[in-house]
Write a protein that binds this ligand. Structure first.
Ligand SMILES: [Zn+2]
Ligand SMILES: [Zn+2]
Length: 456
């Protein structure tokens, strides 16, 4: 059967899980409402609302099955799904652990009920999820009458877990190349890396280090975005760049592609020598498992921030900054690693998207001169400060994506090169932020909201 995917924020998954797995060890129910997106023909469901069914009120002894959602509860939420253009998903649990599937009774009840729900939903899919303690299966009914089962669900906290209907035991053969790291991640972890689809936005100093590290680790799928070309002043920081790249103005994405191919010839690479704010480019990022943001434009921050909250994709924003006073004395030098997760770490909430700079970026060079913005002095930049950001960010990715450590609160990390100190900054969260708050215009809406992009 064809497949679908699901993304859910960890806080929502935990709320659901603890409702389903109570001390009575019985069956419990809920309804999720999810945004819908299209990833090359595969539907992606992003959970926006969790409605727990109260036992004895919304979830009662069934006529045929063990228990069932009441018609009133179903009606209230299928009409809400229709009005909000969200996907209706009825949820219950089985007692199993690492594998789960619908029973014949479950499937017969879908066949009795879902054709009518599809009519009410007016063009949106409807369906069901069944959970095991560490597994999930879906039966999604599409408006065209086809049905989809679950390929993979991702639970997105700082830590990222993947759930499937059953545990895959097919680990295949693995290269000696990865022997030393398999001793750390296990063969399952190495396979997870080979299947991971990673986007790197910005392939300058930090981005070129990121692709070098990720490709050597064995990441199997890359999407690369940068609209810039190599020039002589980059050679002190760009891994793999030569004098002839500067002379020929090699696009930075081409250089990154070359680095990846050398390190991992079997990697699949998609690259865009274009601005990430172009709608057709941003659209290719919504299918990624993780985004590294190493571009310094406000536009790139705006778009990646929106992707995180709208499609529930984990990301990290990276940078390094050096400031000198008028006498040339260095007064500040630090590397920043700022994780972004659905509903937390938002760059708007933390004033890391400057509307004035955003407006200025939208102008052409000629307009900027005419309006006396002046010519921009380039910022200082040094390869070893970049390496601190890139190295920390890739370590965090490995720990969190391969489940090598427990979930933890989200902090920005600032590593100061003058003092050697690591500062953990608790990011702000504006409960009314339209970009990241759960009731806002963007959270988990998927293709149902517009990304802040330009045409093309
Ligand atoms: Zn069941
Ligand atoms: Zn926000």
């Amino acid at each position: 059967m064809s497949k679908c995917r699901l993304h859910i924020a960890r806080s929502d998954y935990e709320l659901l899980w603890h409702h389903l797995y109570q001390e009575d060890r019985d069956e419990h129910g809920a309804i999720l409402l999810a945004g819908l997106s299209e990833l090359d023909t595969i539907p992606l469901l992003t959970v926006r609302e969790v409605h727990l069914a109260k036992d004895g009120i919304d979830y009662v002894a069934g006529k045929i099955g063990h228990r069932a959602l009441t018609p009133q509860f179903i009606h209230r939420l299928i009409t809400r799904a229709r009005d909000e253009r969200l996907v209706y998903l009825a949820v219950h649990n089985h007692g199993s652990d690492r594998q789960v599937g619908f029973s014949d009774i479950d499937l017969r009840s879908h066949e009795r009920g879902y054709p009518a729900l599809l009519q009410i939903a007016k063009g949106m899919p409807v369906g069901a999820l069944v959970l095991g303690q560490r597994a999930m299966q879906a039966d999604l009914w599409m408006p065209d009458g086809s049905r989809r089962e679950l390929d993979q669900a991702s639970v997105i906290g700082m830590k990222i877990d993947r759930l499937a209907p059953h545990l895959s035991r097919n680990l295949g053969s693995m290269d000696d190349q990865y022997d030393r790291q398999i001793r750390m991640f296990g063969r399952e972890g190495q396979q997870t890396l080979s299947r991971a689809h990673i986007a790197v936005v910005g392939l300058g100093g930090i981005g070129s280090l990121l692709v070098e590290y990720l490709a050597r680790l064995g990441v199997g799928h890359f999407t690369l975005v940068d609209d810039d070309a190599v020039e002589a002043s980059n050679l002190a920081r760009l891994i793999g760049a030569s004098q002839s790249d500067a002379e020929n103005r090699t696009p930075k994405v081409q250089l990154a592609r070359r680095l990846i191919q050398q390190a991992n010839p079997s990697a699949h690479i998609e690259h865009f020598n274009a601005d990430v704010a172009k709608a057709s480019v941003a659209d290719r990022l919504k299918g990624c498992d993780y985004i590294f943001l190493a571009a310094d434009s406000m536009r790139a921050r705006l778009v990646v921030n929106a992707l995180v909250h709208q499609y529930l994709i984990p990301a990290v924003q990276l940078g390094s900054k050096v400031r000198a006073d008028e006498q040339g004395q260095v007064i500040d030098a630090f590397s920043a690693i700022r994780p972004l997760r659905p509903g937390v770490g938002c760059l708007w909430c933390n004033q890391l998207i400057d509307p004035n700079l955003l407006a200025k970026e939208a102008k052409t060079d000629a307009e900027r001169k005419a309006q006396a913005y002046g010519v921009e002095e380039p910022n200082p930049s040094v390869i070893s400060l970049n390496a601190v950001s890139a190295g920390h960010a890739v370590n965090d990715f490995l720990m969190d994506y391969l489940g090598l450590r427990a979930d933890r609160p989200l902090h920005y990390q600032h590593i100061n090169a003058l003092t050697g100190k690591l500062q953990l900054v608790e990011p702000r969260h504006d409960v009314d932020c339209p970009e990241c708050s759960k009731g806002g215009m963007r959270f988990a809406r998927g293709d149902g909201a517009d990304l802040p992009c330009t045409e093309g």
